[in-house]
Design a protein around this ligand. Structure first.
Ligand code: DC
Length: 229
């Protein structure tokens, strides 16, 4: 592993703000950005496209290993384009259905193992901001700073509702809340890499904070860690 390249690990449940915060910080620092959830989503979307059964662990792991996936950041700050074998599947990945399918393949140990190497390959100079569920606990245990963002399920459902409405989707708030609770339970209850903060993570509840408040707080923590001596 390129252990002298710094990693900022930002973990937490969906809707905690980690993706937005991570992208802003990556841009500000001039570091690379890894949206690890997009890798799980891409495995699920590609499996459905290739008619692979979502419980066929060996076939899913082969698919995960062979996937050529690249993120192309956009200069306007909107979500990066995601190229799977050259085709932009970014919009397809961000649907609720892709998230649901991803949470079915994510507990499979062979899939997680296959994606581990891929995630390590994003660690390139001058640094990496990695966002997910187990960046600090499993994938980059030597991260310079590990942050775990939380927010109540109700707040996360409201944020997701607003995001989807802004994108022109017709969504129902109580159903989103049910889905968030269901996905939290699946992510936290699985045997491999369950959703829980790394022992040495800084835990930050974002329920009462806006994005810029979280960005400044995390950036301040990072600067402290980077201070020599
Ligand atoms: O963050 P997200 O909603 O894009 O994640 C999609 C699914 O993938 C979600 O069920 C959690 C899972 N995931 C994971 O198990 N490990 C990660 N590092 C990132 C996401």
């Amino acid at each position: 592993m390129n252990s002298n390249i710094p990693v900022l690990a930002i973990d937490g449940p969906g809707g905690s703000g980690k993706g937005t915060v991570g992208q802003i910080l990556a841009q500000r620092l001039g570091w690379h950005f890894l949206d690890s959830g997009a890798l799980y989503r891409a495995v699920a979307v590609a499996a459905v496209r290739d008619k692979i059964n979502l419980d066929d662990q060996a076939a899913l792991a082969r698919l995960a290993t062979s996937m050529n996936i690249r993120f192309i950041p956009r200069t306007d700050g909107s979500a990066a384009a995601v190229l799977l074998n050259g085709q932009d599947i970014g919009d397809m990945l961000r649907t609720e259905e892709s998230g649901r399918l991803a949470s079915i393949v994510a507990p499979l140990p062979d899939v997680r193992r296959a994606l581990l190497q891929k995630q390590h390959s994003f660690r390139q100079p001058p640094g990496l901001v990695a966002d997910g569920r187990d960046m600090g606990s499993t994938v980059f245990p030597d991260a310079i700073l590990k942050v775990f963002l939380t927010a109540s399920p109700e707040i996360r459902a409201q944020r997701r509702h607003k995001q989807l409405i802004d994108k022109g989707f017709d969504v129902n708030l109580p159903r989103l809340l049910d889905e968030i609770r269901e996905r939290d339970a699946r992510d936290a209850g699985r045997a491999v890499s369950p959703l829980k903060p790394a022992q040495d993570a800084c835990i930050l509840d974002t329920s009462q904070l806006d994005i810029s408040g979280v960005v400044e707080h995390v950036h301040g923590l990072l600067r402290e860690r980077q201070r020599p001596g």
